[in-house]
Write a protein that binds this ligand. Sequence first.
Ligand code: UDP
Ligand code: MG
Length: 152
Amino acid sequence: MPARERSFIMIKPDGVQRNLIGKIVGRFEERGFKIIAMKMVHATTEHLEKHYADLKNKPFFPGLIKYMASGPVLAFVIEGLDAVKTGRAMLGATNPLASLPGTIRGDYCLVTGRNICHGSDAVESAEKEIALWFPEGVIEYKDCEAEWVYED
Ligand code: UDP
Ligand code: MG
């Protein structure tokens, strides 16, 4: 049976403006993850404040919210083996300069405040983020690739 762990991934406004949607989504598809929800949203400040509630006392919080509200984002959910930890590994470090080449941040950006993508940092935060961005739920469907991605 394919693994059912889920993570919330988001291409931030700079990633959208820089036309990196196809490349970034493609990496998750090619790795073997199943995409079970996706939408483009120009998020409100209130919504973004909920998404980043844990960071509200950080000095960079106002700038982060302004950045994230500056244009549309592409929000999506990946499902598969170790989706949260592997998703984070694929993104790279928060500071792109500390991200290895081969990671998304390590290949496409340079500064922490414009690091083009988000990924949930724990299974619990993934559940909260998926509920926040996809209150309508995700899409259940059979992925015909799964039998070739997983052993059984
Ligand atoms: N951020 C920032 N300055 C900092 C730390 C974080 O602008 O010193 C931004 C950056 O866009 C980061 C986001 O805030 O991706 C959320 O921070 P977090 O520590 O959760 O990093 P992430 O989980 O995105 O790697
Ligand atoms: Mg985080």
